[in-house]
Write a protein that binds this ligand. Structure first.
Ligand code: CU
Length: 136
């Protein structure tokens, strides 16, 4: 029981410490998923050591183009070994890389130079490139 109390005190201390800091680093929500379904071509920028947008949903058959608008080389490396990606040497500043996703699935990827640089492509089947009906 004494150990549990110690842990509790540590937790309380940590909470008090973080809440008193002026700059908030509250882990509120996951990064937004950009729904880009129905488009033949979409773009993801590699800039500032970030993929933007990082998480996208696309339709089957959509081509994703990664553009390196940063000042240093990046890469796109599939986390699952799926057959897409570009190496650092081919993805320097100003370079771009395109891949057409023909199979539905979830494709997480990372820049292996900057392992915090993550992205996700979710490919959905069905209604590919349909005209959406405007509501309202
Ligand atoms: Cu990188």
């Amino acid at each position: 029981m004494r150990r549990a109390l110690a842990i509790l005190l540590v937790l309380l201390g940590a909470a008090a410490c973080s809440s008193s800091s002026s700059h908030k680093t509250t882990p509120t929500t996951l990064p937004p998923v950009h729904d880009l379904r129905g488009q033949k071509q979409v773009e993801v920028e590699a800039d500032n050591n970030l993929f933007t947008p990082a998480s996208i949903i696309i339709s089957q058959g959509t081509t994703v183009t990664w553009k390196n608008t940063d000042t240093e080389a990046h890469n796109v490396t599939s986390d699952t070994g799926a057959g897409f990606g570009v190496r650092s040497g081919q993805f320097g500043p100003g370079a771009s890389y395109s891949y057409k996703f023909t199979k539905a699935g979830v494709y997480p990827y990372t820049c292996t130079i900057h392992t915090d640089m993550n992205g996700l492509v979710r490919v959905e089947t069905g209604s590919s490139v349909t005209s959406s009906t405007a509501v309202g």
